[in-house]
Every structure is written in structure tokens, then in C-alpha cells.
Write a protein that binds this ligand. Sequence first.
Ligand SMILES: [Zn+2]
Length: 219
Amino acid sequence: MEKIERPPISELSSLKKIKKNWEQWGIELKQYQESEGKEGQRFSWREGCYKDLRLALYDLTDGHCSFCDGFPIGETSLEPIEHYYPKADFPLIAYQWENLFYCCDKCNSEANKTKFEYTLKPDDLDYIFKSYFYFDASSGKLEILENLEIDAPEKYQKAKKFLKRYGINNPKRNIARIHLMNDIKNFIKANSKEDKRGRNDFKYRYIYDYLLRLLIKNK
Ligand SMILES: [Zn+2]
């Protein structure tokens, strides 16, 4: 999960409609949920704002999932936009710019499985990846810094809940990360002029950073 620098919505001309209406739409959604019971969970993005939102959110992460840093899965992706505070429990902020994140299908479905608990948020002002996590190359897991549990138990709990909420260390993902690590290693070693890819073209950019650090260290 990379840190996200989120510009205020007033700076994004493509989101004018959202800026103007998000509060009213939230009120209407709440009323709808209350009047329709279970049926009231149906949600729509209103007035075609989905596309503009998704594009604006894409720009914040260079197309990486805000939570796992993977990519939405190809053409079969539902291209979800994640409500950090779930829309079922927090309808009033269901259209609020600050509550919305570019997300992959997997993280989106994992987050929907459990009851909401506040975890880390990638646009938290004081969030920095390396003050919480490191990549463990032998297991493929994203691990929490060992000292946090004792030194900063609150931070530790937030990080732990984050990993759980988005299923970050599910076994399949760990294996995928080990494979990817080998691909990136080959890419960096080859240092080919024809291969125009860069850091942002890879999933899980913390693996890229990890390998670069390793390379520099071993020079
Ligand atoms: Zn994800």
C-alpha cells in the first residue's frame, strides 16, 4: 500500500458534479436505505460520475490498487471503486471524494466479507509504507515491522487489521509475489534499453524497491 497524496476535490475540474452533489446524494441514499430495507442496499453512481471518479482515482495510484498495490484483473475486472467507510453503514459519505479509492476486485471482495473496522488508510497524512511494513522475500508476505508490536501497539493493531481486511497475505497472493519477484529481478538485471517498463508498470511496487535496495547493497 503506497502512500496516496490526494488533491482536494476543488482542484479536479472533472469532479465538479460530485463536488456539488455528494452531500445531497448521500442524504438521498440514506433515506432510500431506510425506506427500502434490504432492497435499499442497491447503489448507483449517479449521473455518470463513475467514469470520471475512476479516472481521477487511477491517477492517484498510477493504476495500482490502493490497498494491495496490484492491478485490477484484466478484462474480467468489475473495476470497483472502494468505499473505505462502507456505503451500507455510512451512506452519508458514500459519494465523498475522500472516502473513495481505486481498488482491485480481490481487495474489494475481501473487504466486503467482514464488518468494518478502522485500519490504515493510504491517504492518512502520517502514513508511510516503510514505517509499518516490509516485504519478506522468503515467504512472499507483507510483514509488519517487528518492533511495532512493543513500541507502537496502536500502529501495530492498525497494520494487522489492514492486512486482514484486504486479505493481503492470502496464500495465492504470496505465491504470486514470489513469482513476480523473479520477473522483476530479471528485468532489473537485464537493464535492457528496449524494455521501456519502469517501476509503475509492475504490481506490488514495494518488491521493486526491495530488489533495488538489495542490488545497491550488494554492489
Ligand atoms: Zn487490491
